[in-house]
Design a protein around this ligand. Structure first.
Ligand code: HEC
Length: 110
């Protein structure tokens, strides 16, 4: 009887410990929120440079725009600017989400 209890107890501990180790196995790098927003709303134009949209990570194209400062870039992205539609055409996006997307663009310029 005692042996049986010990057996079940040890089984319980093995299972409990096994569960705890589970999250360690998944080391998947989650994309940032800004990256996701860009992927879903901005890449259509900013991946290839449609209509002259500055291409993600292209220093030459972003350089003259970056000097305006992040605040101006965010304002332009929110309100629209030349051929850049307001909020990339998705009015569901909040101003904060646009700011995150612009931050992602800036982080990609080396
Ligand atoms: C329909 C195509 C299109 C989509 C979608 C789009 N853009 Fe643009 N974007 C443009 C074009 C074209 C320009 C260049 C405008 C110009 O200077 O003539 C631009 C320029 C910009 C600029 C630079 C503005 C400046 O002041 O120089 C920012 C910042 C920007 N886009 C952010 C975004 C963000 C953030 C998204 C997604 C939420 C987005 N864009 C989606 C076409 C697009």
């Amino acid at each position: 009887m005692v042996k049986q209890i010990l057996f079940f107890l040890s089984l319980f501990f093995i299972v409990a410990c096994g569960d705890e180790k589970e999250p360690e196995k998944k080391i998947v790098k989650e994309p940032t929120k800004g990256e996701l927003i860009v992927k879903q709303n901005c890449k259509v134009c900013h991946a290839q440079g449609l209509n002259g949209a500055p291409i993600i990570g292209n220093k030459k194209m972003w350089g003259p725009r970056l000097v305006q400062g992040e605040k101006t870039l965010v304002t332009h992205a929110i309100n629209g600017y030349e051929l850049m539609p307001a909020k990339g055409g998705n009015t569901e996006l909040t101003d904060d989400e646009i700011a995150l997307a612009v931050k992602y663009f800036i982080s990609k310029v080396e």
